[in-house]
Design a protein around this ligand. Sequence first.
Ligand code: IPE
Ligand code: MG
Length: 217
Amino acid sequence: MDGNGRWAERQGKARSEGHIEGVSRVKDITTACVELGVRYLSLYTFSEENWNRPASEVAALMGLMFKSIKKEYDTLMSNGVRFRVLGNRQKLSPALLAAIGELEKATEKNEKMDMLIMLSYSGKWDILQACRKLVASGKSDIDYSDIDNALVTAGIPDPELVIRSSGEKRISNYMLWQCAYSEFVFTDTLWPDFRKENLLAALEEYTKRDRRFGKIK
Ligand code: IPE
Ligand code: MG
């Protein structure tokens, strides 16, 4: 969900204003995905690398996360959304962790859509923590499925479609293992301007893709 900062700067606003607007789009797009029958929606909310931003911006983003968690219970329940946070939890504050745990527990039986908040996440970190887990388990004959099951996304299907907003055309350390055969749609639209129409356009493009997974027809 890229482009919050640029959206704000273009309007002479503080970057944090862009992040606030970005949260509204998360609400809209989550609802749209439920309506469209999307089963898993992952949102790259904050990367491991984002910890290197100025402390004030990190604090604003974490504060926004905390506030949103406290506010969204009703919407998630009425939409049948299971809320899950995936990422390096060691870096999150105890207060935020408690709020996350509460909402995860409260929504764990919802089955319409899983909303995966990728927070303090990076693909390399995910692979690293999976390796550490496997080493600790003492298992020596490692297979693909062992790695799948050691990643934080264990049990969740690989992304079929990855949408990146704001004109950047890179993966930026997102689900590196899981995106091996994902389809990518890049849009110049900044995240705070991303509407249901943009989502529909991306899905339309996805339906035209010929997914061969390295095979031939
Ligand atoms: C995405 O918007 C939100 C986060 C990474 C938390 P940015 O903050 O990256 O916005 P730009 O790239 O500066 O426009
Ligand atoms: Mg950015």
